[in-house]
Design a protein around this ligand. Structure first.
Ligand SMILES: *Cc1c(COP(=O)(O)O)cnc(C)c1O
Length: 377
């Protein structure tokens, strides 16, 4: 769950220190005046801790997806395949490039259904964009095999899964590139912010130039005389965001540890008759949401009422399902895309997502599991 729960004096102090040190808020230049390069240091720490070759800090997760898609050469008219359980940002990033979002149904992990994905591949398909929703990795082995077979690129949307692993690798490192978000509700937060990760030099080079008006940051020239070969846009992160990001990142392992303790308290105590969200083989999720199925509407509503009464709430399912299920996006998707996701919508409506709050104790979650067990008829 959100890094915002662990914000303390460290975040405050590092931001104050920027101002005490001269108040340089821009990531580039001002070399004679500045003492730190927080954006560059945040990127380096992200590389070190999550073992990426290249990390590029940007202004949001949505920007990270768009930049990575553009770096993967997605152009107007190309098709990008993503999934029904998702966030609207992913579809927006595709549409903003003039490309066409194609939506797969979901499997029992609530992520991309690989077979359905294969059935949707056409001559226009350029990129597969699986989303590791609510901390759980997609079936990356299936997706990477599919991409190899059809000669496609893969971008991982890791916005909700910072720190999750697949086959021992951190997500964002499994495919061609990864996109992360640090908005206020994410695993770690910078208020708003994102990261593009890749092990490919050329993808990083393009992304770096594109997110910064085409600047090559040529060491032979001052910034005002910098060289350029492409035009870009402004998706830069500020020093204030990156300073907070450095502190938040240093807390990532604590967040993951605390998540798991709480998650396991429900997992071990909730009656086995409840079907859990599937965890794919080779997947190490971040355990920030416990999702299970309750098919009967009445019983489901009773459990949701309990979760609200006990102030846990529900997360996305069903709480914000309209923002997370493609079936509801008739302002952005074709009628055909919407119709074919009805199956996923029906399935998602049988699910309950319990958020893992770091400020609640493992005992709170154990007790919650016992209370939910009382609803078994
Ligand atoms: C949060 C999120 C995004 C967008 O990130 P922002 O930083 O809010 O722009 C994209 N995809 C998914 C799955 C997300 O959860």
């Amino acid at each position: 769950m959100p890094g915002f729960e662990l914000i303390d004096s460290q975040e405050k102090e590092i931001v104050n220190k920027i101002f005490d040190d001269g108040g340089i808020l821009f990531a580039h230049g001002f070399d004679a005046l500045r003492k730190n390069y927080h954006v560059r240091e945040f990127e380096e720490s992200f590389n070190d801790i999550l073992r990426f070759n290249h990390s590029l800090a940007v202004s949001s997760g949505t920007a990270a997806i768009k930049i990575a898609l553009k770096a993967l050469d997605v152009k107007a008219g190309d098709e990008v395949i993503t999934q029904a359980f998702n966030f609207i940002a992913t579809v927006e990033a595709i549409l903003d490039l003039g490309a066409i979002p194609i939506i797969t149904n979901i499997d029992n992990s609530l992520n991309m259904d690989v077979e359905d994905c294969e059935s949707l591949i056409t001559k226009k398909t350029k990129v597969i964009l699986p989303v590791h929703m609510l901390g759980m990795t997609a079936d990356m082995e299936g997706i990477m095999n599919l991409a190899a077979k059809h000669d496609l690129k893969v971008l991982e949307d890791c916005c909700e899964a910072t720190g999750a692993k697949y086959q021992g690798k951190y997500v964002g490192n499994v495919a061609d590139a990864g996109a992360f978000s640090f908005d206020f509700g994410k695993v770690i937060t910078t208020g708003e912010g994102g990261m593009v990760t890749t092990d490919k030099f050329n993808l990083d080079k393009f992304s770096r130039e594109y997110h910064d008006h085409g600047h090559e940051n040529n060491p032979d020239y001052p910034r005002g005389r910098d060289t350029k070969t492409i035009f870009g846009f402004n998706y830069r992160m500020t020093e204030m965001q990156a300073a907070v990001g450095k502190v938040q990142l240093s807390k990532l392992h604590i967040i993951l540890e605390k998540n798991k303790e709480r998650y396991m308290a429900i997992e071990e105590n909730l009656d086995k008759s409840f079907t859990r969200r599937q965890i794919h083989q080779h997947s190490e999720p971040i355990f920030d949401t416990f999702i299970f199925q309750v098919k009967e509407k009445e019983r489901r509503d009773e459990i949701i009422n309990l979760l609200n009464k006990e102030k846990f709430g529900t997360k996305n399912l069903p709480d914000a399902i309209e923002w997370h299920c493609a079936y509801y996006w008739d302002h952005a998707l074709s009628e055909e895309q919407i119709q074919r996701t009805e199956k996923s919508k029906e399935y998602l409506h049988t699910m309950i997502a319990i958020p893992i709050w770091l400020k609640r104790t493992p005992e709170d979650y154990l007790e919650l599991a016992h209370k939910i067990n009382k609803f078994i008829s």
